[in-house]
Design a protein around this ligand. Structure first.
Ligand code: ZN
Length: 144
């Protein structure tokens, strides 16, 4: 599977990405509170602020998911399971890991999962938390 040097490389990439995300999340939260502090009486302004806030919250939701994925990948590096598909156990290709270091699935399983998700979306089942965040994961999209 992956040698130590490569694992370390991925670890660094993941940690850097995680740091950036946490920074961004921090800034986003600050932005929200600043926007709220500056309450305008103009209803148009308020509508715009509301829109911004919604966008920000949606963005934060995506960030949170990504952060969770990265944290999970880091745990997998520690316990030695990193680089293997979580579903079928096959090694995940280097190109795929490079493009998407937080992935836990090989391209075949990711593709399959995507079509499962698409199916359940189609039939209106099991949407819940995922609703409205269709772009959450484009695992299968890049075909690495
Ligand atoms: Zn797999």
């Amino acid at each position: 599977m992956l040698n130590k040097k490569k694992l370390n490389d991925y670890k660094k990439v993941l940690q850097t990405r995680l740091g950036e995300l946490l920074d961004e999340a921090d800034r986003a939260v600050k932005n929200i509170s600043e926007t709220n502090a500056d309450t305008s009486s103009d209803p148009t302004d308020q509508a715009v602020q509301e829109l911004d806030r919604n966008r920000l919250l949606r963005f934060k939701d995506r960030e949170r998911k990504l952060i969770r994925k990265i944290e999970k990948a880091l745990v997998r590096i520690e316990d030695g399971s990193y680089g293997g598909c979580e579903s079928c156990g096959a090694p995940i290709s280097d190109a795929r890991l490079k493009a998407r270091p937080m992935t836990t699935l090989c391209i075949d399983c990711a593709t399959e999962m995507e079509s499962e998700k698409a199916k359940s979306r189609l039939f209106g089942g099991e949407v819940g938390e995922e609703a409205g965040s269709g772009e959450e994961d484009d695992e299968a999209a890049e075909g690495a």
